[in-house]
Design a protein around this ligand. Structure first.
Ligand code: C2E
Ligand code: CA
Ligand code: CA
Length: 608
């Protein structure tokens, strides 16, 4: 204990005495200062020890050879090693292998520069094999006789890092599919373009858009839609190399950056892999879905690099054209496509007015009994007489009509007009029974709650026998809530009409649905006929006949262009055919002429 002698006593003595006393006091004071310093030092050491014990910071002193001279015990809590275990070992051994070289370099560079108070970020290895992010502040006290080492003060910033990474991930990834988002994708493409310029390696951008995804979303709900998107993302990721970047652009649009592409063929191979992966049936609760997608490719060859935005735009345009040319396929971008894209965007805008302006018409194509060539039905096919562009085929605008929902009012008009014409034809040709008319029904219409009322009103207003109406639906009903679809179709069929599965054989899905759907007719897609004049070579055609027999369905072959096809199909067992060989789709007035020329057959059929 130190006691300082107080003032009043000093003042009471003489000068000499006072001086002596002062000297004594100085000595005393000096002694007490040392003592005080000592006390202070001990206290702060104890405090230091406690701090060091309980801190999550790591305090390490290393020698000039980077071996650990002192290690605070907190290491055990932070990295799982005891201080005794690591003392004397090279500090490097605590570093994650990826970081060893870099850290040592920073340390020696820093030391050479006389660095003090510099912060180094690094990964330290936990005994359990994990790694922790650290920020290490190092102070070179090698010259300090007391310390004689480099003091490393390490702070575990793993949580902060994880949070930062999470924020970065959120900023650059899509929450539904966890794929890169548009921003990150654009950035990657920019890098790849720079690399193409620098290193002369080609690259490609693939743009993927799901076909009929809106139908899934509308009929099964958003949660199911999200699950489909996630499944699609996983399939795309699995189909591309790990070095490639898959991204979701929003909605049902995806993009893929393929690097190190030698030529367009390599990009096409990748596109085919992706489409095949997406085509695998997808089980979603009690629905079997077939996901199809359209894909556009734009390739940047080393010699002719464009910029990143242009590459993405071009892939998008090529996708648009792929979709326009029939869903489920791919196209490689060509400059002429921009023109077509513009044209289609204009058409899309014009379609809104087409119905009320009376620009829509129905053409009719006969169906022929293959056994005797008798006309046994007609199919109504929609045409748009565009004021500037002339006649537009349905493939050019039905996709838009489906996307925008316009297909419902347009389809309602088709139903009314088709039934009306069928009845007019019956009256005009004095047929005892109306010639059956096939009307195409989009899935969107089927899911519209009004559909039963629409169909029965169209029949009633036309005074057409329901038995003379066949509604044609496509396999895309598979893309929807099958239970609702089956219920709707059953209700429709109870009106007394017939149901046909159109474009049969183009889906990849199981046949199980054929038994679940209330059907009367299978219309085999024309792609199943061999091209050219050759007889049917496709074994699929006879399989379709087999399926028809199994389920008791009439089988119709579409797209017959050559007599040889006709005879082969007849031999295979097809009852009915349709195609340019017999007649092209035609306006009602021509149809009357056609039927009058082939009238005997019609009447014979109608009577028989
Ligand atoms: P689809 O129902 O399969 O109709 C048959 C298509 O094949 C018609 O094309 C027809 O002109 C064409 N075709 C007929 N015979 C031959 C042939 O021998 N060779 C070739 N190469 N083609 C032939 P179209 O009229 O362009 O119709 C295309 C598709 O548009 C239709 O295919 C149908 O899916 C859809 N569609 C047409 N009208 C409507 C409609 O009113 N509503 C709905 N939802 N879709 C329609
Ligand atoms: Ca059809
Ligand atoms: Ca068809």
């Amino acid at each position: 204990m130190v006691m300082l002698v107080g003032g009043p006593a000093i003042r009471a003595e003489g000068t000499r005495n006072a001086l002596r006393t002062l000297a004594h006091q100085v000595a005393l004071a000096l002694g007490s200062a040392e003592l005080a310093a000592e006390v202070h030092r001990r206290a702060s050491e104890a405090r230091f020890a406690t701090l060091v014990q309980n801190s999550s910071d790591l305090i390490t002193v290393i020698g000039p050879d980077l071996r650990i001279l002192y290690q605070s015990p907190s290491i055990e809590r932070v990295l799982g090693y005891t201080d005794a275990e690591v003392t004397g070992r090279p500090f490097e051994e605590l570093l994650h292998p990826d970081d060893q070289g870099r850290f040592v370099r920073r340390l020696t560079d820093g030391a050479a520069a006389g660095g003090r108070g510099e912060v180094i970020e690094c990964l330290l290895a936990h005994r359990d094999g994990g790694r922790r992010h650290f920020e290490i502040l190092y102070t070179d006290l090698l010259a300090d006789p007391v310390v004689g080492g480099i003091v490393l003060n390490g702070r575990d910033v793993s949580e902060r890092k994880a949070f930062e990474e999470q924020l970065a991930h959120q900023a650059f990834h899509d929450p539904v599919t966890h794929l890169a988002n548009r921003a990150l994708f654009n950035e990657r493409v920019r890098h790849a373009v720079a690399r193409t310029l620098r290193e002369g390696v080609g690259m490609a951008v693939l743009f993927v858009d799901l076909d009929d995804f809106k139908t899934v979303n509308d009929s099964l709900g958003h949660a199911a839609g999200d699950r489909v998107l996630l499944a699609v993302a996983q399939r795309i990721s699995a189909a591309v190399r790990s070095a490639d970047t898959a991204a979701r652009f929003g909605g049902d649009e995806f993009a893929i950056l393929v690097e190190d592409v030698q030529d367009a063929q390599a990009a096409v191979d990748c596109a085919e892999r992706v489409l095949a992966a997406l085509g695998e049936p997808l089980r979603l609760e009690h629905n079997d879905l077939t996901i199809r997608a359209s894909l556009g490719i734009s390739v940047a060859e080393p010699g002719a690099v464009t910029d990143a935005d242009e590459l993405i735009r071009n892939a998008d345009a090529a996708m648009y054209i792929a979709k326009a040319d029939g869903k489920g396929g791919y196209r490689v971008f060509e400059p002429a496509m921009h023109e077509r894209v513009l044209r289609r965007l204009e058409l899309r805008a014009d379609l809104g007015m087409a119905l009320e302006r009376g620009e829509l018409e129905l053409y009719y194509q006969p169906l022929v009994r293959l056994g005797d060539g008798v006309v046994c039905g007609i199919e109504a096919l929609l045409r748009w007489r565009h004021p500037q562009r002339g006649m537009v085929a349905p493939d050019q605008f039905i996709p838009f009509a489906e996307e925008t929902g316009l297909i419902v009012p347009i389809g309602r008009w088709v139903l009314r007009e088709g039934c009306r014409q069928a009845r007019l034809l019956q009256e005009r040709m004095r047929l005892p029974v109306a010639l059956p008319v096939g009307i195409n029904l989009s899935v969107k219409q089927l899911l519209d709650p009004q559909i039963i009322a629409d169909v029965s009103e169209a029949l009633a207003d036309a005074r057409l026998d329901p038995a003379a109406l066949t509604l044609e639906i496509t396999e895309s009903v598979m893309m929807t809530d099958t239970e609702t679809a089956v219920a709707r179709l059953t209700e429709l069929r109870e009106l007394g009409l017939r149901l046909a599965m159109d474009d049969f054989g183009t889906g990849y899905s199981s046949l199980s649905y054929i038994s679940r759907f209330p059907l009367d007719v299978l219309k085999m897609d024309r792609s199943l006929l061999a091209a050219g004049a050759a007889p049917v070579t496709s074994g699929l055609a006879s399989a379709v006949v087999g399926i028809g027999e199994t389920f008791g369905l009439e089988v119709v072959a579409e797209g017959i262009e050559y007599p040889e096809q006709c005879s082969t199909l007849r031999e295979l067992g097809f009852h009915t055919g349709q195609g340019y060989l017999f007649a092209r789709p035609m306006p009602p007035a021509e149809l009357v002429d056609y039927l009058e020329r082939n009238g005997a057959g019609v009447r014979a059929m109608a009577a028989g």
